[in-house]
Design a binder for this molecule. Structure first.
Ligand code: URP
Ligand code: ZN
Ligand code: ZN
Ligand code: ZN
Length: 477
């Protein structure tokens, strides 16, 4: 099967150019200067399908490096399965996800890894890789880290948060970091001081402060700054690169920026919710249906931050200046009914997470429209850098000959109403993006040469997504 994408502007991290893209089978065969008519005619001869991208951008498929499909968490499961979540991803122009294999204390890491393969195999509508979560760091967890790296799982996440659930102590984190320094893995950390948060939560509940708003106030920025600083120091001591997930406090960004200025391999992840949403809006959220519980829709960790303190602007600035390198969603959806409502009388029982896997490309493109980042930076933060950071670049993250033909034809003249529960494809009974309508529209999506979204319809198939064995991070010297 040969496909020619004509008339579009191809955008990669380094620039944009008018080019026709020839796709042969699963990969990009050629970028053709539309001026060379003879060549174009030659190429068009053997083409089975032509996609007209006139007036549109042709960009590498989005890579969402932080998702939690069917994650067992907070006494329930994240509501998107690998099937529903990856179909939603495809709709939004994301052609690869990296999901987190969960290991709870006393569970065996490799058993869990195999379980994740069983859950994902034959169900994904886009390509998928895995990171491995480590909670307690057992001796055989360290051995498993070597095996996983050989399997193409080259990044590991540890938590300084969620006391009694995922939280690892500093010694455990340090041992895992040392192993990463040995085998070349990228270490990731959820950086919030879980012990302090635990005390603040207990005090809040004892004082009768049980509404969702207190989720945010009991996870103050100081707890994020402190844990970010600590993780940076532990990584430095172990000599391992560090990737801080879902950064939301401007003070945490300052820690990352300072470490980078000292020449450290420290990276930070932005998420749409921390770029756009705020604690104030969460506090004000009320509905006839849910009353005060309405705010549970935005209970996630790290929490939404106060706009009055300037965190959201700081996140955009950091994304522009490369103090934060890329954008993932931390897609971890829960329905209100039966899930978020578990915390009706106690915010600590609300399962943590927001679902956005479908909206990341649109939400960050809005940053281009708003003049916050360039068009190339959009592509860089949503596709190119995730590919490089997580060892996939060349295959993924670029439109060039030899690369997988994961391609999004993006229409800058379109509009997308992302905040409608009725029209999104994620398995959620609400939208965390209610009221959001953005410029730009995902027009056509190709996954390894196959059209999976076109003309407002889904043409893909759950099961067509393949596991991506990742190399070590290409973002390091
Ligand atoms: O609230 C969140 N982020 N839920 C998912 C788990 C995590 O911490 O990434
Ligand atoms: Zn986390
Ligand atoms: Zn997460
Ligand atoms: Zn549409």
């Amino acid at each position: 099967m040969k496909t020619l994408i004509t008339g579009g502007t191809v955008v990669n991290a380094t620039g944009r150019s008018r080019a026709d893209v020839l796709v042969d089978g699963e990969t990009v065969a050629a970028l053709v200067d539309p001026g060379s008519t003879a060549l174009a005619a030659d190429l068009a001869a053997g083409v089975d399908r032509v996609i007209d991208a006139t007036g549109k951008y042709v960009v590498p498929g989005g890579i969402d490096a932080h998702t939690h499909m069917e994650m067992p968490f907070g006494g329930t499961y994240a509501s998107d399965t690998f099937e529903t979540g990856t179909v939603a991803a495809a709709w939004g122009g994301t052609t690869t996800i990296i999901d987190f294999v969960v290991q709870y204390p006393d569970q065996n890491v490799l058993d869990q890894y195999h379980r994740w393969h069983e859950k994902a195999a034959g169900r994904c509508a886009v390509d998928y890789g895995f990171h491995q979560i480590l909670s307690d760091v057992q001796d055989d967890s360290l051995v498993a880290m070597d095996e996983l790296v050989a399997e193409g799982v080259t990044s590991f996440k540890l938590f300084t948060a969620y006391k009694g659930v995922f939280l690892s102590d500093d010694g455990q984190i340090f041992r895992a970091f040392q192993k990463g320094a040995e085998n070349g893995a990228l270490m990731m950390v959820h950086a919030e001081n879980g012990s302090v948060i635990d005390v603040l939560q207990q005090q809040a509940v004892a004082a009768g402060h049980t509404t969702p708003f207190y989720h945010g106030t009991t996870r103050p920025w100081q707890a994020e700054e402190e844990a970010t600083h600590r993780a940076i120091m532990l990584a430095d001591l172990a000599g391992v690169p560090l990737y801080v997930v879902h950064v939301s406090a401007k003070q945490a960004v300052e820690q990352i920026a300072a470490a980078r200025d000292r020449g450290k391999n420290v990276f930070g992840e932005a998420c749409p919710q921390y770029l756009y949403l705020s604690l104030e809006e969460q506090l004000a959220a009320r509905s006839e249906e849910w009353g005060d519980l309405e705010g549970a829709k935005w209970v996630c960790s790290t929490p939404l931050r106060a706009r009055a303190e300037g965190h959201q602007d700081a996140m955009w600035q950091a994304l522009r200046t490369n103090d934060l390198q890329l954008v993932s969603t931390d897609h971890c959806p829960f329905c209100m009914r039966g899930q978020k409502e578990l915390g009706r009388d106690d915010f600590t029982k609300i399962p943590n997470g927001i679902g956005s896997v479908e909206h990341r490309m649109d939400l960050i493109y809005q940053g281009v429209v708003d003049g916050r980042i360039s068009l190339e930076r959009w592509v860089e933060t949503c596709s190119v850098t995730p590919a490089r950071m997580f060892g996939m670049y060349g295959r993924k993250g670029v439109v060039q000959p030899g690369a997988d033909a994961d391609i999004v034809v993006y229409d800058p003249a379109g509009r997308t109403s992302i905040g409608l529960e009725a029209t999104h494809h994620m398995n959620m009974d609400y939208s965390a993006w209610e009221g959001f309508e953005v410029d730009g529209h995902v027009d056509t999506v190709l996954l390894r040469g196959e059209v999976v979204v076109a003309d407002g319809a889904f043409h893909g198939r759950p099961g067509n997504g393949r596991f991506v064995r990742r190399d070590l991070s290409q973002y390091l010297i």
